[in-house]
Design a protein around this ligand. Structure first.
Ligand SMILES: NC(=O)C1=CN([C@@H]2O[C@H](COP(=O)(O)OP(=O)(O)OC[C@H]3O[C@@H](n4cnc5c(N)ncnc54)[C@H](O)[C@@H]3O)[C@@H](O)[C@H]2O)C=CC1
Ligand SMILES: O=C(O)CCC(=O)C(=O)O
Length: 526
């Protein structure tokens, strides 16, 4: 039975799903050393933002197949290290969107009306109304930095509050911004015009210290900043100084460079600052959503099924994956076949989607073909996550093309590989019942269902060869399941493709190659 380690607090709904397929151990609060010590036992790791999944953790996790982040941000996981090791990393891209957006809006309104400080004052026995004269957000300008899922929800609600909206997001179209009632502007204009600036971006080299000295210098003295995205996007020392000097009016932060927040000048400030301990996703609803979403994906991956929100399998949209599943199997089978025909050290790999298949998204099919191509060399180490990276690191040049006109079947896949045994090609298609057929080998038309053991020969089309090969296999006690001959012209070059019930014994290939008329022979094990 698989074993899952849950190393951060996760809703019980997630634990129940995992328990259907695995032994689940909940061990929260592990030190980095303790995590490295226990991780070799586990097939899956489920985390929130508390656990850092470093390269050391990934490398120690020799059984690890999947890391599930019950939330959005995966900046606490070393994705390149996971990808290199073929470990799938999944998250819950939408489970806490509403919670995080509502927290940002709560921060904005609380900051405007000094709610936290006023509350403390009443609880301390005071009745001070003069110190808490706030500001209305109605008709004020909100600058949304990052108009993704959370930023869009914030914009929608802020619009209903009567705010004017500016947005900065280099990856969002002006049309999309307009639909949300936002004017898409440059960052400088947003900084200059906004009364409130709310950040909803991932932490990247471009967004690190986005709010620093230069940005603050452009802001109005009445500007207020809200950060419920990631620590480090705001330079905390610069912010504390600007607030102390009254260069901006306020800030509300949920996330920090170091968490838990240690010593910080921000703690010394008054009602103009609100600090919360990374509570954006902390609603009962969001925690159920993310736990279920991620636990289901871990369960599926442990059962050998694809994950719907893998962050390190590029471009594999879940719906597209579902439609393409039979073709992924075809691609992997043909990749394995052509990889063995071409031998090791493949340096060029052509993938051509033909006929109806030419309209499909090619990337998953290329990845599946590469997985097959590398399967002999890398065995179970190669998977959908690392196939492209492994191919790149081996110097394999991958060329993908599409040809809608070139197919006998409604859709087919052509793969060609150049390796130590020369250049070889295979074409394959799916029958109406989903069965795979190899329809062409090195330019020779055939019609062969793939089987675990196969033998291919290149020979002259002349009488007696098939008989001699059959007798030789018989002598070695190898049973032939099916056989196909492909030729372009009578008595010209031809290929023979045999499905075998048994693996070929050592040394037989040399004997096959010595049969007069046979110029080459290859074995393939799928
Ligand atoms: N405080 C909390 O508890 C929570 C924090 N988050 C964080 O909130 C952030 C946003 O999450 P989502 O909206 O779900 O992500 P998302 O991926 O839907 O949106 C992010 C947006 O940022 C944009 N973006 C990327 N680089 C940018 C740049 N240099 N400048 C401007 N825009 C840029 C992207 O185009 C995208 O539209 C993430 O950092 C996530 O980790 C998410 C959930 C809870
Ligand atoms: O797990 C949490 O509470 C943090 C959520 C978060 O920051 C995220 O989903 O990116």
């Amino acid at each position: 039975m698989s074993k899952v380690l849950v190393s951060d607090p996760i809703d019980q709904a997630g634990i129940e799903i995992l328990s259907q397929v695995a032994q689940v151990d909940v061990k929260t609060g592990l030190s980095p050393e303790e995590l490295i010590q226990v991780i070799p036992e586990y097939d899956a790791l489920m985390i929130r933002s508390g656990t850092r999944v470093t390269q050391e953790v990934i490398e120690a996790g020799t059984q690890l197949k999947i890391v599930g982040r019950a939330g959005v941000g995966v900046d606490n996981v070393d994705i390149p290290a996971a990808t290199r090791r073929g470990v799938v990393v999944v998250n819950s891209p939408e489970g806490n969107t509403t919670a995080a957006a509502e927290h940002a809006l709560t921060m904005m309104l609380s900051l405007s009306r000094y709610v936290p400080e006023a509350n403390l004052s009443v609880k301390a026995g005071k009745w001070d109304r003069k110190s808490f004269i706030g500001a209305e957000v109605y008709k004020k300008t909100l600058g949304v930095v990052g108009l993704g899922k959370i930023g869009s929800h914030v914009a929608t609600v802020a619009k209903a509050l009567g705010m004017k909206l500016l947005a900065y997001d280099p990856f969002i179209s002006a049309d999309r911004a307009e639909q949300l009632g936002c004017r898409l502007v440059d960052l400088d204009i947003l900084f200059q015009e906004a009364d409130y600036i709310t950040l909803h971006v991932p932490k990247t080299p471009e967004t690190t210290n986005l709010i620093g000295e230069e940005a603050i210098a452009k802001m109005k003295p009445t500007a207020r900043i809200i950060n419920c995205s990631r620590g480090g996007i705001v330079d905390e020392d610069v912010l504390a100084k600007a607030l102390k000097e009254g260069r901006i009016a306020g800030a509300a932060l949920d996330v920090f460079n170091e968490e838990p927040l240690g010593e910080s000048k921000l703690r010394e400030l008054g009602k103009e600052v609100i600090l919360t301990p990374h509570l954006g996703a902390s609603t009962a609803e969001a925690q159920v959503n993310v736990a279920i979403d991620v636990a289901e994906q871990i369960r599926d991956v442990l059962l050998g099924l694809p994950a719907r929100s893998a962050v390190n399998i590029p471009g594999l949209n879940p719906d597209v994956m579902e439609q393409l599943k039979p073709y992924l199997q075809l691609a992997e089978t043909l990749g394995t076949l052509v990889g063995q025909l071409a031998g090791g050290r493949v340096d060029l790999f052509n993938v051509r989607l033909q006929g109806d298949l030419a309209t499909a998204q090619s990337q998953p099919i290329v990845i599946a073909s590469l997985k097959g191509l590398l399967s002999k060399a890398l065995r179970e180490r190669v998977n959908y996550v690392n196939a492209s990276l492994e191919a790149k690191e081996r110097g394999i040049r991958v060329i993908e093309t599409k040809d809608a006109s070139a197919s006998d079947y409604s859709g087919s896949l052509y793969l060609e590989a150049r390796g130590s045994l020369g250049q070889h090609s295979v074409t394959g298609a799916l029958l109406s019942d989903g069965e795979i057929r190899v329809t062409n080998l090195d330019g020779f038309p055939i019609n062969l269902p793939p089987s675990p053991y196969m033998l291919f020969t290149l020979h002259r089309d002349m009488p007696g060869i098939i008989g001699r090969l059959g007798s030789l296999l018989g002598e070695f006690n190898v049973n032939i399941a099916s056989m196909q001959v492909g030729r372009k012209i009578v008595r010209g070059d031809a290929v023979m493709a045999l499905s075998l019930d048994d693996p070929l014994p050592e040394g037989i290939i040399g004997e096959i190659q010595r049969i007069p008329g046979i110029t080459d022979a290859y074995t393939v094990a799928l």
